[in-house]
Design a protein around this ligand. Structure first.
Ligand code: DGL
Length: 281
């Protein structure tokens, strides 16, 4: 695979969640050109079938490859659990692929041996058992307790993460007996760092809240450096695409990236809509 440092980094998620990962990458690697795709037309992904998530993830990956990305970051746990193989197959020989689950598994292995750890995520992520299986393949000494918390993504996408509604649901889910005496809680969804403070308040800062953003950014930075693929642009304008209009997406992207951002609504699914119309005629 022949890649060059000047190529952009592609990042995608179902909506605003992956912005937490994109923001960590931008902080560490401000000279990289980022192209972000949020599939706001289909969010949330985590309650949908594996086949649907594979369809969305591969289509977006193709778009990012058309944009000449050297790296594809699957900034979504649900897609990392349900569609990683498909994304890797599409990107094979064209771009490096990163997911948000493996770096957290390594982190747990290094820091939480012989501990009880909680994990929250979407239904797709939790029911797939991806974290539990990956962890069990590497170590037997971490007790992982998982719970699907599907209400959080729609709340966050609606910009309600900082409200009493989110706080009530944090209390509801976190008081589940399976989380008694956990040493750490993994936020197994890239949306959840947006309500991290609510978790910290609930646990009175006694439980470490782990999210993937910084670990993924660190891993990416180290590997791009090793491969001599670090870009050196001076304040690149970062590009953001959504598949359906979302004012909260714009608000959050502007907050995370401060500088000039360009946001476009991109009709990624419209060729399919036309196709359906034609077949129903
Ligand atoms: N942020 C994604 C994840 O990490 C997707 C959540 C969703 O759309 O349900 O799982």
């Amino acid at each position: 695979m022949r890649l060059s440092a000047q190529q952009p980094i592609g990042i995608f998620d179902s909506g605003v969640g992956g912005l937490t990962v994109a923001s960590a990458i931008n902080k560490l690697l401000p000279q990289e050109q980022l192209i972000y795709f949020g599939d706001t037309a289909h969010t949330p992904w985590g309650t949908q079938s594996q086949a649907s998530i594979q369809n969305y993830a591969t289509r977006i990956t193709k778009y990012l490859l058309d944009r000449n990305c050297k790296v594809i970051v699957v900034a979504c746990n649900s897609a990392s659990a349900a569609a990683l193989q498909q994304v890797e197959a599409v990107a094979s020989g064209k771009a490096l692929v990163y997911n948000v689950i493996d770096p957290v598994i390594s982190y747990l292995k290094t820091h939480y041996q012989k501990s009880k750890v909680g994990l929250i995520g979407t239904k797709q992520t939790v029911q797939s058992n991806t974290y539990a299986n990956k962890l069990a393949a590497q170590t037997q000494s971490i007790e992982l307790q998982c719970l699907a918390t599907p209400i959080f993504v729609p709340l966050i996408e609606e910009g309600l993460g900082n409200t009493k509604y989110a706080k009530d649901f944090v209390e509801y889910y976190m008081s589940n007996p399976r989380f008694k005496d956990i040493a750490a809680l993994v936020l197994g969804c890239t949306h959840y760092p947006l309500i991290k403070e609510q978790m910290n308040l609930y646990f009175k800062h006694r439980v470490q809240i782990i999210d993937s953003a910084a670990t993924v950014a660190n891993l990416l930075a180290a590997e791009l450096q090793d491969r001599d693929l670090l870009n050196n642009l001076n304040g690149p304008q970062q590009e953001f695409f959504v598949s359906a209009d979302s004012s909260f997406f714009y608000e959050l992207a502007t907050k995370f990236f401060q500088a000039n951002i360009s946001l476009h609504t991109y009709p990624l699914w419209e060729d399919q809509a036309v196709h359906l119309q034609e077949t129903s005629n």
